[in-house]
Design a binder for this molecule. Structure first.
Ligand code: HEM
Length: 339
């Protein structure tokens, strides 16, 4: 229910509540950064400096979400809501793909922005004017949920290691990438492994979102908020990716989930007005999944008595490597070849 006493706020009250309306407002306009980028590159295939800046701005949207999530570590219902909205902003690039694939399958006859932007603006209004419920308290003990999430995550990491290693071979060309994928498929698409993999990933999504909801009651340092933010991104990424592979491609469209599917061939990720959204989605998916595993490792190292300085340093090295892997895969997917 709308709280009528708060429904006509003064300017200063609105200004004070900016942490509630800013994240959904920024998310509402995310698609237009990609549209503007596409507009600048499409004519002759060259990328102008302005276009590169627009792509950077698209990456700045989740970075802003992370900054806002770290900004206020206060306790209180309004702070919790602001923090959760900031975490949702981090997931914007992957949520936009998820929404786009489903609108396409539903045959919605308008551009995605006509659904996306009003939905976020409505959320901005609701978040600003609807009184938040009390957010409860945080139980910091190591619960079975956390342990189960970590153990299952370590198992899923085996598949992820192969999957990303496979995508690194895009630098050697589609044929090499396809040959390696064919060998991996013998294992991960076998009738025994594939259902287990999907169940394990869905388990990660459900337990991860529960943990993020619980931990976002309180703020924390950068490391803690990064772990939550990357987890929220990955929950949406995994749902969207499984939906794209299993529901959209293999069931709805009946197409092969191969190199052409992954790279939006023949037009490619950069030149296609729809597929450009896959660039931040994949790049951040790779970065966040590796850095999130690093966050888990950091927690384990701290629990085993490693000095915080060393555990943090380990995480930073891991995050640096994650960025490089992500960059290498994206360069391979957009045409760079190491002959
Ligand atoms: C650049 C990033 C990525 C690209 C381009 C990509 C692309 C693909 C492609 C083409 C497939 C179909 C594979 C096949 O038919 O054998 C696939 C399947 C899959 N991907 Fe990814 N992926 C990426 C990142 C990730 C990440 C980060 C995860 C996990 C968090 C993930 C999880 C999966 C899973 C579980 C499957 C289903 C495997 C199966 O067929 O049983 N992917 N992906």
């Amino acid at each position: 229910m709308l709280d009528v006493s708060r429904s006509v706020p003064t300017h200063s009250a609105l200004a004070q509540r900016w942490p509630l309306w800013l994240p959904p407002l920024v998310a509402a306009f995310y698609p237009y950064l990609l549209d503007a980028f596409h507009h600048l590159v499409k004519s002759d295939g060259r990328i102008f400096p302005e276009a590169a800046l627009l792509l950077l701005a698209a990456f700045a949207v989740p970075a802003l979400g992370l900054y806002l999530a770290c900004r206020d570590s206060g306790i209180g219902a309004e702070q919790t809501r602001a923090r959760r909205l900031a975490l949702l902003l981090v997931a914007t690039p992957t949520l936009y793909c998820f929404v786009g694939v489903n609108l396409y399958m539903l045959g919605v006859p308008v551009a995605d922005g006509w659904v996306w932007t009003p939905a976020w603006l409505a959320l901005a209004l609701l978040a600003t004017f609807r009184t938040p419920a009390t957010s409860g308290d945080l139980d910091q003990r190591p619960t079975p949920l956390r342990v189960a999430h970590g153990v299952s995550g370590a198992l899923v990491a085996l598949f992820i290691a192969f999957h990303l290693f496979n995508h690194l071979f895009s630098l050697a060309g589609p044929e090499v990438h396809a040959a390696l994928m064919e060998r991996g498929r013998q294992v991960y698409r076998s009738p025994f492994v594939e259902p287990l993999l999907v169940i394990a990933l869905l388990f990660q999504v459900v337990t991860g979102l529960q943990l993020a909801w619980r931990w976002s009651v309180r703020g924390g340092d950068f490391q803690r908020m990064f772990q939550l933010a990357s987890g929220v991104f990955l929950a949406v990424f995994i749902l969207g990716h499984l939906n794209a592979v299993f529901v959209f491609a293999r069931t709805w469209a009946g197409i092969e989930t191969d190199w052409a599917f992954a790279t939006g061939a023949p037009t490619g990720l950069i030149m296609d007005p729809w597929s450009i959204r896959l660039l931040p989605h994949y790049a951040l998916g790779v970065f966040f999944v590796l850095a999130h595993l690093g966050s888990g490792l950091r927690v384990v190292l701290l629990a085993h008595g490693m000095a915080r300085r060393n555990a943090d340093l380990t995480w930073w090295i891991g995050a640096g490597c994650a960025s490089l892997v992500s960059l290498a895969i994206m360069l391979g997917m957009t045409g760079l070849r190491l002959d």
